[in-house]
Design a protein around this ligand. Structure first.
Ligand code: 13P
Length: 251
């Protein structure tokens, strides 16, 4: 699967004020000062900063992404943001189905799939998140839980349009804990094989599968070297330009 250019995406979650743009500027400096990065780089800031990140990142090749979108194109949904609005900022990606949204907002696979469809319809590339809880892993259900999430969350439109999958074990997010390299390899191989079963080997080979969950400068090189790991979705370590750049450089 080495033909896919890796994607390193930073998910700022509910962090970031205008002064955080200094980190973006520092990241841009680091990226343009050294050798060209071997990864596609994206930042998914809070919606309040999305347009400015999209505009300011452009000159250094930093792409922008939203963290969520509504499934409808427009309408009476106070506080929500449509995929078209995200695309309108100049962003190229949108995260859908992050475990924090599945948990905090009761988002089901059906909801996540509808959001991914809306994203594709607006010309965005959805980053569709899946991942098991610690209890599910302990019960030996990790691969079956993720397989069910993939089946339910990926729209059929993924056959014709680019989507990104992010495997984020819930228990590894923000905890400093990660699965073993063997466990990551096994899960990513399992995801690839589910994608092959649904979309055929040729198309499945073009779909990026990111790892997310406590990816740090210290472990990025080992994780990113695993077969079928086509990049990372980075939370905490994406907030500091220096750390995020180290992860990008680990590709
Ligand atoms: P952390 O890197 O902070 O564990 O977060 C991962 C994540 O949830 C990215 O979407």
């Amino acid at each position: 699967m080495t033909t896919i250019s890796p994607l390193i995406a930073g998910n700022w979650k509910m962090n970031g004020l205008t002064h955080s743009l200094e980190e973006l500027a520092e990241l841009a400096r680091l990226l343009t000062a050294g050798a060209a990065p071997r990864a596609v780089v994206a930042i998914c800031p809070p919606a309040t900063l999305l347009a400015i990140v999209a505009a300011q990142g452009a000159s250094s090749g930093i792409l922008a992404g939203g963290q969520d979108c509504h499934m409808a194109a427009s309408g009476a949904h106070t506080g929500d943001i449509s995929a078209g609005m995200i695309a309108d900022t100049g962003a190229q990606f949108v995260i859908v189905g992050h475990s924090e949204r599945r948990a905090d907002h009761n988002e089901t696979d059906d909801v996540v799939r509808a959001k991914a469809e809306a994203a594709i319809g607006a010309g965005l590339k959805p980053i569709i998140c899946v991942g098991e809880t610690e209890a599910q892993r302990d019960a030996g259900e990790a691969e079956s839980v993720v397989a069910a999430q993939l089946a339910g969350s990926i729209p059929d439109a993924a056959e014709q349009h680019e989507v990104v999958i992010a495997y984020e074990p819930v228990w590894a997010i923000g905890t400093g804990r990660t699965p073993t390299l063997e466990d990551i390899a096994a899960m990513h191989a399992s995801i690839r094989s589910r994608l092959e079963g649904r979309f055929g080997a040729d198309h499945a080979a073009t779909i990026r599968i990111l790892y997310g969950g406590s990816m740090k400068p210290q472990n990025a090189r080992d994780i990113l070297a695993i077969e079928n790991v086509n990049g990372g979705l980075v939370g905490g370590a994406s907030l500091l330009a220096k750390d995020f750049y180290t992860i990008i450089s680990a590709v």
